[in-house]
Design a protein around this ligand. Structure first.
Ligand SMILES: [Zn+2]
Length: 460
């Protein structure tokens, strides 16, 4: 069964063949750490986490190197540091840690490598030097710019011609640029910004060179897969290709390019001015992270995704159904198994997560209707193996339903359920009903099972 991925560069689905199956490389553009990530920022994290899991299953966990960078030098970071009267690193360390926690709450595995821009200034200066030497970049007024006319394939990833880009460039083009589309590799620092010594004067790197230099140093060129949000295709990824290929004298840069679609908020663009920005940090405090993950994977990753209250509710209900099946099958022992073929086919077809998630319900039904012990064990093992590949059903089923109850409440509920069972055994129906009413008042729903057993869940 072959993994097929949609390659933005080829504008087609292509069978995935790594350059070296013993070291499969994946790079995804990471966060600029100066504030909280919004739910749109979380979409690529969860999408590429699924790809990371799929690759690890296919090639081995130690054979896949996944790098997701941290941009810790940027205008917005400098501005936040000046405004708050803090050193840059106080801002970036704080928000990098929050980012890691929030993404972990969505079930995203930590990447293998998390290179930071400020730890790679030397690598960036080295690459800029090679670009100048190769005639692809030129210094001007304390800046170094990439000469877009020096790279014949410029615009091929995003499907734009250089003429289009010049026509679309802002009217006011910096006077030191040879061509309007040329972009900054190095620039003088403004007051209050971090500054590094460089052969072209003191300054700081541009954003695009950061990813190319970190890829070259940490993964080596060419990498297998480069991913990111659709909005990064131009100019960021276009510029990365130009730099990376020119610096390596025309060699390959990334063998497959993958981009996830936009996320809208109730059919509108998410923006500060509309006041509809949803932060992951706030969402994970309100809703189980797994339900947010389900919602993010509910559309195919290349399709747009509309975030609504209904989507979250439906996602939670879908997981309730699956966890309900697992809870009823609690006593069924499992041994490690492989996900079934139909599920893998969906996932291997350019990560078709909606189809793969739908397969989980079929597997859950097979578990509920299995007639022999052996069939039940096999069905549960297949359901769990498939779900884990998507990063679902990782919680204990009881814990899923009891989420939101503190330890004191859990102990009280357990005592009441035991007392109710005793009352029922003694056929003291008024007392059993009284206890049920007490549980209802606590926000707890009792679910009677076979043989007088009862489980419970927090009511919506
Ligand atoms: Zn990048």
């Amino acid at each position: 069964m072959t993994l097929v991925l949609h390659d933005t560069y080829a504008r087609a689905k292509r069978p995935f063949e790594p350059r070296d199956p013993s070291r499969v490389s994946l790079y995804v553009c990471g966060p600029t750490v100066y504030n909280y990530a919004h739910i749109g920022n979380a979409r690529p994290v969860v999408v590429f986490d699924v790809l990371f899991r799929v690759l690890r299953r296919l090639y081995g966990a130690d054979q896949v190197v996944y790098a997701r960078n941290i941009t810790d030098v940027d205008d917005k970071i400098s501005l936040a540091a000046i405004e708050q009267g803090l050193p840059i690193s106080a801002i970036t360390d704080r928000f990098a840690a929050i980012y890691r926690d929030d993404m972990a709450a969505l079930g995203a595995l930590p990447p293998t490598l998390e290179p930071r821009a400020t730890a790679h200034i030397g690598a960036m200066l080295d690459m800029i030097g090679r670009l100048v030497e190769a005639g692809c970049a030129y210094p001007a007024e304390g800046h170094v710019l990439f000469d877009t006319t020096a790279f014949a394939d410029y615009g091929r990833l995003s499907g734009r011609s250089l003429e289009d880009m010049i026509a679309g460039a802002r009217v006011e083009v910096a006077p030191y640029k040879k061509n309007p589309a040329d972009f900054v590799l190095w620039k003088p620092s403004k007051p209050g910004e971090p500054v590094w010594e460089g052969p072209w004067g003191p300054g700081r790197p541009g954003w695009h060179i950061e990813c190319s230099a970190m890829i070259e140093q940490n993964l080596g060129l060419p990498i297998d897969i480069h991913g990111g949000g659709h909005d990064l295709t131009f100019p960021h990824h276009e510029n990365e290709i130009a730099q990376g290929r020119c610096a390596s004298h025309g060699g390959e840069y990334a063998r497959y390019w993958m981009h996830n679609g936009f996320l809208t908020m109730d059919s509108e663009k998410m923006s500060k001015s509309l006041g509809n920005v949803k932060l992951v940090h706030d969402l994970v405090a309100e809703v189980p992270g797994e339900a947010i993950r389900w919602a993010l994977l509910s559309a195919h990753y290349r399709a747009p995704l509309d975030w609504t209250g209904d989507l979250i509710e439906q996602s939670k209900k879908s997981l309730d159904r699956l966890y309900g099946v697992l809870r009823r099958a609690k006593g069924v022992a499992v041994q490690p198994a492989e996900p079934p073929a139909a599920f893998l086919e969906a996932l291997h077809d350019d990560l078709n997560t909606p189809r793969a998630a739908a397969e989980l319900f079929g597997l859950a039904k097979a578990l509920e209707t299995a007639e022999s012990g052996g069939a039940r064990r096999a069905a549960k093992a297949e359901l769990l193996a498939a779900a884990h590949l998507l990063g679902f059903l990782e919680a204990d089923p009881d814990a899923w339903f009891e989420a939101g109850a503190d330890e004191g409440l859990k102990a009280k509920v357990a005592a009441l359920i035991a007392a109710r069972a005793e009352a029922r055994a003694a056929k003291d129906w008024p007392e059993a009903d009284r206890i049920r009413a007490e549980l209802t008042a606590l926000g707890v729903e009792v679910l009677d099972g076979p043989g007088g057993t009862a489980t419970w869940r927090m009511k919506e």
